[in-house]
Design a protein around this ligand. Structure first.
Ligand SMILES: [Zn+2]
Length: 194
């Protein structure tokens, strides 16, 4: 029953991945904007995370392998939702920040005795591999140094409380475009008057 071809309809792909034990979440999908192609988001808002945030009021905690829930979600969205997984519970993601070709990285892994797992291509970033949880995405923390010597610092914290991820997604989805955000931030710095 698995249908993991790239051309598979989203529901078929979701069911196939769920069968592999990868929890799936329905996410908003791109929509056409006049003159700009598929630049909009099915949430219908001026959205800062177009086609990359949960649909149907779902939260990251709703990711599931239950075929009945998945089927209901995609029937609800006329079959067009994007599909996402959520790292940390059943799967993690190991990502390479630099754009080394995935085929070359896969060959390197195999040459070193590691059969690579599923590797979703993500626009604008390098290779990423789904892995069993426990060895998740590597997030460098200060005071680590990057190649070239740049040292990482905290933008916030590190003693700040960790935010609720669902709320974070919601608010990031509503992030204004860069020029509007800059205007807004400048107004905030002047005391918030508009
Ligand atoms: Zn959106």
């Amino acid at each position: 029953m698995r249908n993991l071809e790239p051309s598979a309809a989203p529901l078929a792909a979701a069911l196939g991945l769920a069968e592999l034990g990868i929890p799936i979440l329905a996410a908003h999908h791109p929509t056409p904007v006049f003159g700009q192609g598929l630049a909009g988001c099915s949430c219908g808002q001026d959205c800062g995370m177009p086609a990359r945030h949960p649909a149907l009021g779902l939260t990251v905690a709703d990711a599931t392998t239950d075929p009945q829930r998945l089927t209901a979600w995609w029937r609800h969205g006329a079959g067009r939702w994007n599909l996402a997984t959520v790292t940390g519970a059943a799967v993690d993601l190991v990502a390479l920040a630099d754009p080394r070709p995935a085929a070359e990285v896969a060959a390197w892994l195999r040459a070193h005795g590691v059969e690579p797992g599923p590797a979703p291509a993500s626009a604008g970033s390098g290779s990423g591999w789904l892995v069993r949880p426990g060895h998740g995405e590597l997030v460098l923390l200060p005071p680590s140094r990057l190649v070239g010597g740049q040292q990482l610092a905290w933008r916030t914290g590190p003693d700040a409380d960790l935010p609720d991820p669902t709320r974070l997604y919601e608010v990031l989805a509503a992030l204004p475009p860069p020029d509007e955000l800059a205007t807004w931030a400048a107004q905030q710095a002047r005391g918030g008057a508009t």
